[in-house]
Design a protein around this ligand. Sequence first.
Ligand SMILES: [Zn+2]
Length: 60
Amino acid sequence: MATDPVCYTEVDEESATQKTTYKGQTYYFCTASCRKKFEEKPEKYTKLGPGFKFDPGMTC
Ligand SMILES: [Zn+2]
C-alpha cells in the first residue's frame, strides 16, 4: 500500500487512478482533489519524507 501524502489515507497502487511523479518518486492519492493539492504545493507534502507522521489536521 502507498500513503496519500495529503490526507494519509492508504491507497492501493494497483487500483489507484490518481497519481503523480515528483522528483522521480511516484505519489498516489485517494481523490483528484488530493492530487491537485499536492501538485499545487508538492514541497509542503514531501517535506516530511517517507517516514510520515500522522497529523490529524490533514484531510482531503
Ligand atoms: Zn486524500
